[in-house]
Design a protein around this ligand. Structure first.
Ligand SMILES: [Zn+2]
Length: 343
């Protein structure tokens, strides 16, 4: 019997983005942990022979050491995708030309660095308003992955606002973070967006079937920081329930899922960062193996291919076999935008 399809993705949020979210002024020096993060992630996924879709932030695609690190994803089966230029979690407040810049500049930098165009997008802070979806469809994207249909978005947002050092206008803008109350009514499975021509799909960040509780790896690590046994029971029940209900899981990873308290003092405020590195990576490896035990784990573009074979094949056929194919380069936008957008 064919196993159900799941996908694995990583938001490659950098140290500076976390420091900015915490309201720390030193984020402006753009501290990076990408070389360390990519090495750890590639080690674990390579060992488990798992594929990955990586949402890249355009701002990190100019530094030489960061670019070298990102190229090391080539040692696993991966797909680059677009996570905006400046990782500002309030795209819903931006004027149309800034939205276009956020998407187009990152797209161009991905093409320059990797020789392939991205087909997927995830908005920072799970924000993806209709204006963004329009730009994505105009630019030939096939899917958005920003929807986070959890029952705890309002609680998560409240917790973020409590912990964050953001002030004034930025704090106001962050109020839509993790989506509004309506996000919990959205589907918890990939679906074609209505009236999209050509086909355009939403692949949500999966939540637990029925309860809509979060299941992304940082949440699992947060539970594991209290009790690894409880976190394992929780994720085992997620996998069972997803199998029973036929829910195609799309599991989300972040770099801190591969860091322990030894690695990043300045990120100690993040949930799950009290764990020791080895314990955390052991737990993450266990969770990924559990997923692999029940599901056929793919990149998001391949998950989409299983749902809409004709749409994906028409555009990316060779690309699905080997991601570095010059046939699938999109024309680089004429307008090279490198806006030094303020945070
Ligand atoms: Zn992000």
């Amino acid at each position: 019997m064919n196993r159900p399809v799941a996908s694995l993705s990583l938001d490659l949020d950098n140290r500076w983005a976390y420091l900015r979210a915490a309201g720390r002024d030193d984020w402006t020096k753009r501290p990076s942990y990408l070389p360390m993060a990519v090495d750890r992630i590639v080690d674990v996924l390579g060992e488990l022979n798992l594929p990955l879709t990586v949402f890249l932030v355009g701002r990190d695609l100019t530094d030489e050491a960061d670019c070298d690190a990102i190229r090391r994803f080539d040692s696993i089966h991966w797909e680059p995708a677009n996570h905006s230029l400046n990782h500002l979690p309030w795209m819903h407040t931006m004027p149309p030309d800034q939205i276009e810049e956020e998407i187009a500049t990152t797209e161009k930098r991905i093409i320059n660095l990797l020789g392939i165009r991205p087909y997927g997008f995830r908005g920072p802070g799970f924000s993806c308003p209709p204006e963004v979806l329009n730009v994505l469809q105009e630019r030939g994207y096939l899917y958005d992955a920003s929807s986070f249909p959890t029952s705890v978005a309002p609680i998560a947002r409240w917790f973020f606002m409590l912990k964050t050092g953001l002030k004034g206008q930025q704090k106001d803008k962050a109020k839509q973070l993790y989506g509004g109350f309506g996000s919990m009514l959205k589907p918890n499975r990939p679906h074609r967006l209505q009236n999209s021509a050509p086909e355009f799909w939403e692949i949500p960040v999966s939540v637990m079937p029925l309860t809509r509780l979060p299941i992304h790896m940082s949440y699992l690590c947060y539970l594991a920081s209290f009790s690894v046994t409880a976190a394992k029971m929780y994720f085992s029940s997620v996998v069972r329930l997803a199998t029973l209900t036929g829910t195609p899981i799309s599991l989300l990873l972040h770099p801190p899922d591969f860091f322990g308290h030894e690695d990043a003092d300045d990120l100690s405020y993040l949930p799950g960062m009290s764990m020791a590195r080895d314990d955390k990576i052991r737990f993450v490896r266990w969770a990924l193996e559990s997923l692999k035990g029940r599901f056929e784990v793919r990149r998001m573009i391949n998950q989409l291919h299983s749902l809409a074979p004709e749409t994906v094949s028409a555009i990316t056929q060779a690309d699905l076999k080997q991601h570095k194919s010059s046939e699938f380069h999109s024309p680089v936008p004429d307008r090279v935008v490198d806006a030094a957008t303020t945070p």
